[in-house]
Design a protein around this ligand. Structure first.
Ligand code: FMN
Ligand code: FE2
Ligand code: FE2
Length: 400
């Protein structure tokens, strides 16, 4: 049966929730599921804003049919061609073969690659083009590389609703609540939103900044309807401010994320001593993570949050411990910038990880690697404990 929600008097959420998916994009764990949002505008012309992932196809089609309430579908806007949104496009065309489809030029090139039908009804739009549905008038804005090249967003001038594609999306299924103000938007919620942002859009800070600049000029912006997660109709600034910070690679909070790689616990012991010394020194915003036991997507969420990152790694076959290396590589790939880094290495016969980690970090922009680094040979000595205490003081000084 249908499970739609009213967004406004003539706009309906017609998406679906997937709580069975293990890995989003087959890489990021989604323990709380994910929503694929699609919206139907019921105007003089009926207009569907994007389609859905195949996983929710049956529910999606039922929802579209219910929201159409016996009318036919006139228009389909494809803001984003990625299959988590476009996979069911042919299902729409099977049922409403005359639908007029609007997308960017770039999307039109991808269209055939995926085997979608309806090419004869495909219209390409440029920046600022408008489409009248009757009462509603859509304006299209290009949002290239947020996070695919063909992306656009659609602004409904009549209601001030921004259909923002993947921007302002988040992990987590919608559990009855559609609007952010119907849910508890706490630190945990923002951690998941940041995990989505960092891993999906993190690399494209400049492009997100461009989109935010366009959004700031949208007159009467009243609501944000993303393709994943809740719709924002209150306190939009709260989320926009986070996006602004994340996309400028500005830390969200002054605090210390300590990530360690340890096989037999000695490096872990050093990380615990640092955490304990920091807290005793009054730095209470401290988080400790084992890179072996924490999926890297969560580590990425945290590095977008904290100002300081301590990386403690064993040496492994003359290299950096693979999980730590992958993590730093991910930070590089996602273009993380402007963090203060502290390094400790461990090795039993030929420690190497300090220099290797340093050179990886030096390839990144605005990473300040603190001068005092520590080398531990297996189990930290009393002198090395002293050095970790000093490290805590030095970190504290950077936070003031
Ligand atoms: C498979 C393997 C490879 C290692 N390779 C090196 C190495 O190349 N150089 C080195 O100094 N220590 C090497 N070690 C020793 C580790 O760095 C050792 O686990 C560490 O010194 C002790 O810290 P931990 O208790 O945090 O694991 C290796 C250990 C293992 C198990
Ligand atoms: Fe996407
Ligand atoms: Fe998506």
């Amino acid at each position: 049966m249908e499970c739609t929600r009213e967004v406004t008097e003539d706009i309906y959420w017609v998406g679906g929730n997937d709580r069975r998916l293990g890995l989003f994009e087959n890489i990021h764990p989604v323990p709380d599921g994910v929503s694929y949002n699609s919206y139907l505008i019921s105007d003089e012309k009926t207009c569907l804003m994007d389609t859905c992932d195949w996983a929710v196809g049956q529910r999606f089609i039922e929802n579209v049919e219910a929201a159409l309430n016996g009318r036919k579908l006139d228009v389909l806007v494809v803001d984003h061609m990625e299959p988590d949104h476009a996979a069911t496009l042919n299902e729409i065309l099977l049922r409403w073969p005359d639908v007029e489809i609007y997308c960017t030029m770039m999307a039109s090139r991808m269209y055939g690659q995926y085997g979608y039908k309806g090419l004869e009804n495909l219209h390409t739009v440029c920046e600022g083009d408008t489409l009248s549905l009757g009462r509603h008038e859509l304006v299209f804005y290009l949002a290239p590389m947020v996070h695919w090249p063909e992306v656009m967003v659609s602004f409904d001038k009549t209601t001030g609703i921004l259909f923002s594609a993947d921007a302002f999306g988040t992990f987590g299924a919608l559990n009855g609540a559609l609007f952010a103000d119907e849910m508890e938007i706490d630190d945990e919620w923002f951690a998941e939103a940041r995990r989505y942002y960092g891993n999906i859009c993190g690399k494209y800070g400049m492009q997100v900044q461009n989109l935010l600049a366009k959004a700031s000029k949208m007159e009467g912006l009243s609501m944000i309807c993303p393709l994943h997660g809740p719709v924002w109709r209150k306190d939009l600034d709260k989320f926009i401010e986070k996006y602004d910070k994340w996309s400028k690679y500005e830390p969200e909070e002054k605090g210390v994320l300590i990530c360690y790689a340890s096989m037999y616990g000695h490096t872990e012991n050093c990380a615990e001593v640092l955490a304990s010394e920091l807290i005793q020194a009054g730095v209470t915003n401290v988080k400790l993570c084992d890179v072996s036991g924490t999926h890297v997507s969560y580590l990425i969420s945290d590095v977008f949050k904290y100002s300081n990152i301590a990386l403690f790694s064993v040496t492994y076959n003359m290299g950096v411990f693979p999980k730590m290396k992958d993590f730093i590589h991910d930070m590089q790939a996602l273009n993380l910038q402007n963090r203060t880094i502290t390094i400790l290495e461990n090795g039993t016969w030929a420690p190497q990880s300090k220099d290797l980690m340093t050179s990886m970090l030096e390839e990144m922009q605005g990473m300040s690697v603190m001068e005092e680094k520590i080398t531990v040979m297996s189990n930290a000595s009393d002198d090395q404990r002293e050095a970790i205490c000093k490290m805590a003081e030095d970190i504290k000084a950077t936070l003031e």
